[in-house]
Every structure is written in structure tokens, then in C-alpha cells.
Design a protein around this ligand. Structure first.
Ligand code: ZN
Length: 154
């Protein structure tokens, strides 16, 4: 089997059937993300319980990569600690930009593996912003709290 085909299937599946695609009525944190280059929009809702992501969901529209990435992100971040979420974002960001990959804790190896399908975008700089939009919105949400924020990729 051609791995690239498999990865495409995962992106298409998440793009067409996004997971955790819903607003939260009272999120502890949320943020809007906008990628003007492609026109992608995502709103990421986060509910923290102490240092742990109790719930994370999103709504949005845009290209398959942006929506699939948001969907995968919510599946992966649910239940994670903030430190784990940060490590995953740094690892993912390095993978999609082709930068030096930071060491990721062994406990997160399976999650990093699940993000592999999106790393094909590193050959297409404009698509990197599609793939990272939801993650930037997640980070912006954590910084801004329940009042919300807007983050724009540049
Ligand atoms: Zn896009």
C-alpha cells in the first residue's frame, strides 16, 4: 500500500467527518483563527480542568487540510495536560515546517504518529498555515481565556 494514499484517506475522512465539531456553551477558553491566504476559519473551544484539557472542540470552514487538522487536533488534545499539549504543538510545528524536531516524550509517540498524515504539507509552504491554524487558535485560546481572541496566520 502506498502510504501517501493512506494519509490522503485520513485527511479526507477527517475533512468530511470532522470530530468534535461543535461549539461549547461555556468554554473556559476560546479563540478564532483565520488564515487569509487560503480563507480557512476555525473557532477552537477549550475547557480546562486544572492543568488538563477536559474538552476541546471546534467549528469552522475552509480547505480539507485545515478542517482535518483541527479535527485530529481535538481528538489528540482531549485529556492531555497543558505541558503535553505544548510538546505536541512544538513537535507538530517542527514536522510541518521541516524544522529541527524537539524531543517529544515517549508517552506522546503514538499521538505524534497520528499527526504524520499532515506532514506532507511541508513541501507546500502555503499549506503549512492551513495545517497549523487550529493549533495556533488553541494556543491563542489558552492565552486569552473566556473572553476569546482572534489569531491570524501571516
Ligand atoms: Zn487552507
Amino acid at each position: 500500500m502506498d502510504l501517501r494514499d493512506l494519509y490522503q484517506d485520513i485527511i479526507l475522512d477527517h475533512g468530511q467527518h470532522p470530530r468534535n465539531f461543535r461549539a461549547q456553551e461555556h468554554p473556559s477558553h476560546f479563540a478564532n483563527g483565520h488564515n487569509p491566504l487560503c480563507g480557512d476559519r476555525v473557532t477552537v473551544y477549550v475547557t480546562l480542568e486544572g492543568e488538563r484539557v477536559k474538552d476541546v472542540s471546534f467549528q469552522g470552514r475552509g480547505c480539507a487540510i485545515s478542517q482535518a487538522s483541527a479535527s485530529l487536533m481535538t481528538e489528540i488534545l482531549k485529556g492531555k495536560t497543558l505541558a503535553e499539549a505544548e510538546a505536541l504543538f512544538r513537535g507538530f510545528h517542527a514536522k510541518v515546517t521541516g524544522g529541527a524536531e524537539p524531543a517529544t516524550p515517549d508517552a506522546l509517540a503514538d499521538d505524534m504518529e497520528r499527526l504524520e498524515p499532515l506532514t506532507g504539507v511541508k513541501s507546500y509552504p502555503a499549506r503549512v498555515k492551513c495545517a497549523t491554524l487550529a493549533w495556533h487558535a488553541f494556543e491563542a485560546a489558552l492565552r486569552s481565556g473566556a473572553t476569546g481572541a482572534t489569531v491570524k496566520t501571516e
